[in-house]
Design a binder for this molecule. Structure first.
Ligand code: HEM
Length: 456
C-alpha cells in the first residue's frame, strides 16, 4: 500500500511550501487533504513521511536520530558539530547532563525570586510607557527569556539581550531564507557579511559569558550559578570533561533554545487571550483570588493557578512555538499499516497534531477548558506535544512551564492587554512560529478593572 501525498515536482517541493505560506501552514494543508499519514517532498531532506495522528506516532517513539540535512541550516552556529543532529551515542550523555541542570525542581524554586525580579523590571518599564505603549511583545519577552536562562544556567546577566536576540534572528533568518528561497532586498554579499557580523557577535557573547563564569570550583557567587549549584551548566560541562568548543556550542544552543521559544509562547498566550474576554476574566479572577494584593506568585502558588496553567497549555496547543520536528528511521517501521523502510525521514507536524479534529473538537477554537482533568481524561498522550517527545524531546520543558507561568501571572495580574489598532499579527515560520511584524499591544494597568466591578 503506498502512502498518499502530492505528486513529486522537479523543484523538490519548494514552490508548494512557498504557495502555502511556509512549512507551518503546508503541514496543515497536507493532512487536511491526504489524511493522517502523508508522503511529501521536504526541501533539504528529499521525501518525508508526516504523521499527524497521536496514536500512530507511538510507533516512532524509539527513533533517536534527527535527519542531518534538514537541520543543516543550523550548522554555522556550531564549532564542534551541530547539536541538533548529534549521533545517538554522543547525544545520550549530553542530554543527561542538560536534564540534570535544567529539569531540577529545587533549582527552579531557588531561581524563582530572580525570575520574578526580572519579570517585575519589565512590567515596571511597560507601566512607565505613556498611553500604554504599544509594546512589542515578542521583542521584549524573548529578551527577558534570554536574561532568565542566563541567570539560571549560565551564571550571570546580559547587558544587551535585545541585540543578542536580533543577532540570532539574523543568522537563522538568512539560513531559512536561503533554504526556502524567500525573496530578500539584500544582495547575497550583503547578506553574507551581515550574517558573519551577527555570528561574530554571538560568539563574542558566549566567550564573555564563559569568561564571567570563571574557573569551575569557586562555589556559589552572589546568588548566581557557581560550582556545586545543580543549575550551573558551564560548571557541569567542565566537570564532565567536555571539550571547550562543545562547551561554547552548548552555551550558544541553550541561549537559543531557551529564549525564542519561551518568549513567543508567552506572546502568543497574551495575543490569544486578548481575543477571548471570557477566558481573560476567568484567569485574572483566579489571579486576584490566589494572590490577593500580591503582585507576583511565589513558587508554590504556581500549582494553585490551575486555570492559568490551562491557558498556557491551550496556547501551546493552538500556537506551538516549535511547529514541527523530525526523526530519521534507522530501522524499518510500520505506521498505520504502511511500511517505512530504514532511512525514511519522519516528519513530526506538531501543529497539525494539535489541530487534529479527531482528538481536539473545533480545533481552531481557543478554549482552555479542554485541559480540565475531565476533558483531558482518555486523550492520547501524544495529542499535545509542544515540547516534542522521545529521546530528543525538549530538556527545558519543565523550566519553560515555570518561567512562562510566572510571566503570565505577573503580566496578567497587573495589565490589561489590547491589540494595537490596525496592527496585523501574521504567523510565519522562522524555525519557531513567530509573528512576522511582532505582536504589538497596548498595556494599561488593571487597577481600574477591579474598582469598576469588571472582576468576575
Ligand atoms: C515554551 C518554551 C519551549 C518550547 C515550546 C520548546 C520546544 C522544543 C521542541 C519542539 C524541541 C524539539 C523536540 C523534538 O524534536 O522532539 C525542543 C528541543 C530543545 N529545547 Fe526546547 N522548548 C522550549 C523551551 C526551552 C528552554 C527554556 C530550554 C532551556 C535551555 C530548551 C532547550 C531545548 C534543547 C536543548 C533542545 C534540543 C533537544 C535535543 O536535541 O535533545 N527549550 N524544544
Amino acid at each position: 500500500m503506498s502512502i498518499p501525498g502530492p505528486e513529486p515536482r522537479p523543484d523538490g517541493g519548494e514552490a508548494a511550501i512557498a504557495r502555502a505560506g511556509g512549512l507551518h501552514l503546508y503541514q496543515l494543508r497536507l493532512h487536511e487533504e491526504y489524511g493522517p499519514v502523508v508522503r511529501f517532498q521536504l526541501p533539504g531532506a528529499g521525501t518525508a513521511v508526516s504523521i499527524a495522528d497521536p496514536v500512530l506516532l507511538e510507533a516512532t517513539v524509539q527513533l533517536d536520530e534527527r535527519p542531518g540535512p534538514l537541520f543543516s541550516f543550523l550548522d554555522p552556529l556550531f564549532e564542534a558539530g551541530n547539536l541538533q543532529v548529534l549521533p545517538a551515542d554522543e547525544h545520550a550523555p549530553w542530554r543527561r547532563l542538560l536534564l540534570g541542570v535544567l529539569a531540577g525542581r529545587p533549582s527552579h524554586e531557588r531561581h524563582f525570586g530572580r525570575f520574578t525580579a526580572l519579570a517585575t523590571e519589565l512590567a515596571d518599564r511597560w507601566a512607565a510607557l505613556p498611553a500604554g505603549g504599544p509594546v512589542a511583545l515578542q521583542r521584549d519577552l524573548t529578551g527577558l527569556s534570554l536574561r532568565m536562562i542566563c541567570g539560571y544556567a549560565l551564571g550571570g546577566d546580559l547587558k544587551d539581550p535585545e541585540d543578542v536576540v536580533e543577532a540570532f534572528g539574523t543568522v537563522l533568518g538568512d539560513r531559512l531564507e536561503r533554504l526556502y528561497r524567500l525573496p530578500s532586498d539584500r544582495t547575497p554579499e550583503e547578506r553574507a557579511e551581515r550574517t558573519a557580523r551577527a555570528l561574530a557577535r554571538l560568539r563574542a557573547t558566549v566567550d564573555r559569558v564563559i569568561a564571567a563564569h570563571g574557573p569551575a570550583g569557586d562555589g556559589e557567587r552572589d546568588g548566581r550559578a557557581g560550582h556545586g549549584d545543580r543549575s550551573d551548566l558551564i560548571g557541569a560541562l567542565v566537570a564532565a570533561g567536555t571539550p571547550p568548543a562543545r562547551i561554547r556550542d552548548t552555551v550558544l544552543a541553550t541561549m537559543l533554545a531557551a529564549h525564542h521559544t519561551t518568549g513567543v509562547a508567552v506572546s502568543w498566550a497574551l495575543h490569544l487571550l486578548a481575543g477571548h474576554p471570557g477566558a481573560t476574566a476567568r484567569v485574572t479572577g483566579e489571579l486576584d483570588r490566589v494572590l490577593g494584593d500580591r503582585a507576583a506568585p511565589d513558587y508554590a502558588d504556581l500549582h494553585r493557578l490551575r486555570y492559568l496553567d490551562m491557558v498556557l497549555r491551550e496556547s501551546l496547543r493552538r500556537c506551538p512555538p516549535g511547529p514541527y520536528g523530525a526523526r530519521l528511521a534507522t530501522r524499518p517501521l510500520t505506521v498505520g499499516g504502511y511500511r517505512l523502510p530504514a532511512g525514511t525521514v519522519v516528519f513530526y507536524p506538531f501543529w497539525a497534531v494539535h489541530l487534529n479534529p479527531a482528538h481536539w473538537p473545533e480545533p481552531e477554537r481557543f478554549r482552555p477548558e479542554r485541559f480540565s482533568p475531565e476533558e483531558s481524561a482518555g486523550r492520547p498522550r501524544l495529542a499535545w506535544i509542544p515540547f516534542g517527545f522521545g529521546s530528543r524531546a525538549c530538556e527545558g520543558a519543565s523550566l519553560a512551564m515555570v518561567e512562562a507561568g510566572l510571566l503570565l501571572a505577573v503580566l496578567l495580574k497587573r495589565f490589561r492587554f489590547r491589540p494595537e489598532p490596525g496592527h496585523r499579527v501574521v504567523p510565519v515560520e522562522r524555525f519557531v512560529l513567530w509573528a512576522a511584524d511582532d505582536i504589538r499591544m497596548l498595556v494599561t494597568p488593571r487597577d481600574g478593572d477591579r474598582e469598576t466591578g469588571e472582576r468576575p
